[in-house]
Design a protein around this ligand. Structure first.
Ligand code: F6P
Length: 349
């Protein structure tokens, strides 16, 4: 059975891609825990790697002050996984060391702030006997069981602002401008930004495209006297051909274990590499078919940088502040291993 939660020690780590709002969440957890709960808060550096290497910092009032509006994460982050930690050129299972350090630091609970990958890793640690709370963050907005994740609103605002700016240059030069928007393998950001920014075509991974249809829709605009077009394309957008190939491999994956499964997985990542994120090639093809000058803007990491929006600050603060009382209130869920962020949100909404 998991330990009783008393006024004790809370650990915090941020893992995966950085996201606007992480510091607001750290502040929310920390201030509630230290001021209201009389707990000690320990931050681990650079995600699970910092916990494995026992690199930590006391998050006292001084450390937690003035960070609400800051982008990034004061703790640093990494994509390192406890069970596949890169060590001297190899991936090593360091779960035991991490669990040992969890106990060495007298943690009553570890709050992991992250996206889908982090949540899976946090779940593994809960299976290994640690009390875990997870808070969902990602600009991609792709975490199951959540309506929205913090970071999404900021990234959306940045992408919409970019599309607004691209409109004036596209229309002045009578060009097609393709704007590539992050989002991993989902289209929330591209769809949202494309809709709010008035893009003329939006390509998302959930609806595979063909270059001919895209070209037709642009030429149709030309026939209506529109001399420029903005295409919002998700980084994970895929052609019908690529999607079909991926589906066929995914089908084989069902129920396959061991070496064969590993082979299929590497086939899948090769297909992802071949068919997703081919915005430059798409631009060349589009220019050839339509005869219109075509340019590309890849927004990339701009979407993750800078100060969080008001909505993200609010959501992150609410999730953070609810995580601390929740650790006491939801002891039964903790005993089950993992505490869902949706329940955390429900405690404050
Ligand atoms: O998950 C957030 C995200 O920015 C995705 O949109 C993108 O595909 C990925 O991270 C980029 O990862 P990295 O920071 O490892 O390059």
């Amino acid at each position: 059975m998991a330990k009783q939660i008393r006024s004790g020690h809370i650990g915090i780590l941020t893992s995966g891609g950085d996201t606007p709002g992480l510091n607001a969440a750290i502040r929310g957890i920390g201030k509630t825990a230290t001021r209201g709960g009389g707990m000690q808060v320990i931050g681990f550096k650079d995600g699970f790697r910092g916990l494995m290497e026992n690199r930590s910092v006391r998050l006292d009032n001084h450390m937690l002050s003035g960070i609400l509006t800051m982008g990034g994460t004061i703790l640093g982050t990494s994509r390192d996984k406890p069970h596949k930690m890169p060590m001297g050129g190899k991936n090593v299972d360091m779960t035991d060391v991490i669990v040992e350090n969890y106990h060495k630091n007298h943690l009553d609970v570890l709050v992991c702030l992250g996206g889908g990958g982090t949540l899976k890793n946090a779940y593994r640690l809960s299976q290994a006997g640690c009390n875990i709370i997870t808070l969902p963050k990602t600009i991609d907005n792709d975490i199951m069981g959540t309506d929205v994740t913090f970071g999404f609103d900021t990234a959306l605002g940045i992408a919409v602002d970019a599309i607004d700016r691209l409109h004036s240059t596209a229309s002045s030069h009578h060009r097609i401008i393709i704007v590539e928007i992050m989002g991993h393998k989902v289209g929330w950001l591209a769809l949202g930004a494309g809709m709010a920014g008035g893009a003329d075509a939006i390509l998302i991974p959930e609806i595979p495209y063909t270059i001919d249809k895209l070209a037709d829709s642009i030429l149709e605009r030309v026939s209506r006297g529109k001399r420029f077009s903005i295409v919002a394309v998700a980084e994970g957008a895929i052609t019908v051909e690529g999607a079909n190939k991926i589906k066929a491999v995914e089908k084989k994956l069902d129920g396959t274990e061991g070496e064969q499964r590993a082979k299929l997985k590497s086939q899948l990542s090769a297909l992802d590499k071949e068919y997703r994120g081919s915005t430059m090639e798409m631009a060349e093809e589009l220019q050839m078919i339509t005869g219109l000058e075509t340019r590309v803007t890849i927004l990339g990491y701009l979407q993750r940088g800078g100060t969080p929006s008001a909505l993200d600050r609010m959501l992150a603060t609410r999730l953070g502040t609810s995580a601390t009382p929740a650790s006491a209130r939801y002891e039964s869920q903790l005993n089950c291993g993992i505490y869902s962020a949706r329940s955390a949100r429900d405690t404050v909404l």
